[in-house]
Design a protein around this ligand. Structure first.
Ligand SMILES: *[C@@H]1O[C@H](CO)[C@@H](O)[C@H](O)[C@H]1NC(C)=O
Ligand SMILES: *[C@@H]1O[C@H](CO)[C@@H](O)[C@H](O)[C@H]1NC(C)=O
Ligand SMILES: *[C@@H]1O[C@H](CO)[C@@H](O)[C@H](O)[C@H]1NC(C)=O
Ligand SMILES: *[C@@H]1O[C@H](CO)[C@@H](O)[C@H](O)[C@H]1NC(C)=O
Length: 447
C-alpha cells in the first residue's frame, strides 16, 4: 500500500485514495476503499465540495430534477387582520449529483453518509407566498447516497400570505396556498417533482398536527401550473392547505351566553305589563349584554365583519326594541288609567273583531296577564274578562259607533285591553323576527 505513494514522511495516513477527477471522463466513482477502516477521507470529496457553486450536471442542457415534499408540523397562527398564516414545516428535497457515486461493496457496505450543507450545491427552492426571510438554521447536514441522491431536510417557519375569509367565523375554513418554486432556475435548468404522493403528505401532516390548537388540518391538495415571468418559465408546485377552526371555545364563550341573554329577554315579556319590573329588568339585561360584548370583544377577529358580529348586533337591537316596546306599553297603560282619550271607531272595531272568539288575533297574553281587578271591578255584571269584552262590546256596538257612548272607566278598560293586545302582538312580532333571524344565521353558517 505505502509503496504506491511517492516518498514523503508526512503521509502517515494509511488511507490512500485515488481521486478520479470529474474531468472529461464519464465515470465519477469515488474510490472509497479504506472508508470502513479509517473513516471517510475528506480529500476524496474535496473535488465535489469545490464544485458546490455550480449546478451539478454533466451536460448543462439537462435540467436538474428536484423532488420535494413537506410535513406540516404545526399551525402556529392565523392572523385575520394581516391575512397571514404562520406555520412550521419540514421541507424535504431530493436531487441527484451525478459526480457522487461509489460502490458500497468496496466500502464496508455503507451506502449513505451525511455531509454538511455548506459543502453542497443546494437548490434555491422558496415559498412564493412567504412574507418572511428564510430563517433556515445553519450547519444542517444532508444525506448523500452512493448513487448520487442528496436528501436534504430543513425546518422552515413559514409566514405566508393567505386570503382569509372570516365571514363564517367561528365556523370558518381557510384554504391557504404554499407555492414552491425556484428563485432563478427556469424550466430548462430545474424541474420540480413530488417526493411522495400528496395524500401521504396530508396524512403524515394530519397525524403530526394533532395538537389541540385552534386549527385543525383538513387536507392538502396540489396543482402544478408553470409560472411565467416575462419570457422565462418557472416550474412550481402549489399546495392548497385546507384548515378548519375548532369552534368550541367560541360556542361556549360567545354563542351560549348570548343565547341565554336573548332568551331571557324574550321570556321577560311574560312579566306582567302592569308590573313596574319589566322595564328595569330589560335595562339590566341590556347592560349585561353590553358588558358581555365588551369582555368578549377580544375573541372576535380584529378585522372584517363576521356573521357573528351581525348576530350580536341583531341581538342587541332586539333587546333595545323590546325595551322600547315595554316603554310604549307602559305609556299606553299609564294613559289608559289616568286620562284615556276617545277611542277611534276603527280601533274599537278592531278590538271587537279581535276579542270575539274564533279569531286568530293575539288575545292569549292579556287574558292571563290582566292586572288584578282592572277588568272585573270596573265593568259591571260580568265575571269572565274574556267573555266580558265580547259581550259587552257587542251589545254596545251600535251605541258606540256614534262615537261617545262609553263611560270613562269603560274607555279606560278598552284602552287597557288594547295595550295588552298590542303587547301580545308586538311580542309575537318580536318572536317571529328573532326566530327568523336566528334561523337565517344558522342556515348561513351551515352553507
Ligand atoms: C483505490 O485506492 C486503493 C488504495 O489506495 C488502491 O489500491 C485502488 O487501486 C484504488 N482503486 C481504484 C479503482 O483506483
Ligand atoms: C447534452 O444534452 C443535449 C440534450 O439532451 C444533447 O443534445 C447534447 O448532445 C448533449 N451534449 C453532450 C456533450 O452530450
Ligand atoms: C423524482 O421523481 C421522479 C418521478 O417520480 C423520479 O422519476 C425521479 O427519479 C425522482 N428523482 C429523485 C432524485 O428522487
Ligand atoms: C383551495 O383553493 C383551490 C384554488 O383556489 C382549489 O383548487 C382547492 O380545491 C381548494 N381546496 C379546498 C379544500 O377547498
Amino acid at each position: 500500500m505505502e509503496g504506491g505513494w511517492p516518498s514523503g514522511g508526512s503521509f502517515l495516513l494509511c488511507l490512500t485514495v485515488n481521486l478520479l477527477l470529474p474531468g472529461r471522463s464519464n465515470t465519477f466513482t469515488i474510490n472509497c476503499s479504506g472508508f470502513d477502516r479509517h473513516g471517510v477521507d475528506p480529500t476524496v470529496f474535496q473535488t465535489i465540495f469545490n464544485q458546490k457553486d455550480f449546478r451539478p450536471v454533466i451536460n448543462y442542457s439537462i435540467p436538474t430534477q428536484v423532488n420535494i415534499s413537506f410535513t406540516l408540523s404545526a399551525i402556529l397562527d392565523v392572523d385575520a387582520q394581516l391575512q397571514l398564516l404562520t406555520s412550521f414545516l419540514w421541507l424535504k428535497m431530493i436531487w441527484t449529483n451525478p459526480f457522487i457515486s461509489w460502490d458500497p461493496e468496496k466500502c464496508g457496505a455503507f451506502s449513505k453518509l451525511t455531509v454538511t450543507t455548506e459543502n453542497l450545491w443546494l437548490p434555491d427552492i422558496f415559498i412564493v407566498e412567504s412574507m418572511d426571510v428564510d430563517q433556515t438554521p445553519e450547519g444542517l447536514s444532508a444525506y448523500v447516497t452512493n448513487d448520487g441522491h442528496i436528501v436534504y431536510n430543513k425546518p422552515m417557519r413559514v409566514t405566508s400570505i393567505c386570503s382569509l375569509d372570516i365571514f363564517y367565523f367561528p365556523f370558518d375554513q381557510q384554504n391557504c396556498t404554499l407555492t414552491f418554486s425556484s428563485f432563478l432556475y427556469t424550466v430548462e435548468n430545474m424541474l420540480l417533482g413530488m417526493e411522495k404522493e400528496v395524500w401521504e403528505i396530508a396524512d403524515t401532516s394530519r397525524d403530526i398536527v394533532r395538537t389541540q390548537g385552534e386549527w385543525e388540518l383538513l387536507g392538502i391538495n396540489k396543482a402544478t401550473p408553470k409560472m411565467s415571468v416575462g419570457s422565462s418559465l418557472f416550474d412550481q408546485i402549489m399546495f392548497y392547505v385546507a384548515i378548519r377552526r375548532r369552534p368550541s371555545l367560541y360556542i361556549i364563550n360567545l354563542l351560549v351566553p348570548s343565547s341565554f341573554l336573548i332568551s331571557i329577554d324574550a321570556l321577560s315579556f311574560y312579566l306582567p305589563a302592569e308590573s313596574e319590573n319589566r322595564a328595569p329588568f330589560k335595562i339590566t339585561l341590556l347592560l349585561g349584554y353590553n358588558v358581555f360584548l365588551l369582555m368578549m370583544n377580544k375573541l372576535l377577529p380584529a378585522s372584517g365583519t363576521p356573521l357573528i358580529s351581525v348576530y350580536f348586533a341583531l341581538c342587541l337591537s332586539l333587546m333595545v326594541v323590546s325595551l322600547l316596546e315595554t316603554i310604549f306599553i307602559t305609556y299606553l297603560l299609564h294613559m289608559a288609567t289616568t286620562q284615556p282619550p276617545p277611542m277611534p271607531p276603527w280601533l274599537y272595531s278592531l278590538l271587537f273583531l279581535c276579542t270575539s272568539p274564533g279569531k286568530c288575533c293575539p288575545v292569549a297574553l292579556w287574558n292571563e296577564n290582566t292586572g288584578p281587578g282592572l277588568m272585573s271591578t270596573h265593568l259591571p255584571g260580568l265575571k269572565e274578562p274574556g267573555q266580558l269584552v265580547g259581550k259587552e262590546l257587542g251589545s254596545r256596538e251600535a251605541e258606540l259607533n256614534g262615537g261617545s257612548g262609553l263611560t270613562s272607566t269603560q274607555l279606560a278598560d278598552l284602552w287597557v285591553q288594547f295595550s295588552h293586545m298590542m303587547d301580545t302582538f308586538l311580542f309575537r312580532l318580536y318572536l317571529i323576527f328573532l326566530a327568523s333571524s336566528i334561523i337565517t344565521v344558522i342556515i348561513l353558517w351551515n352553507t
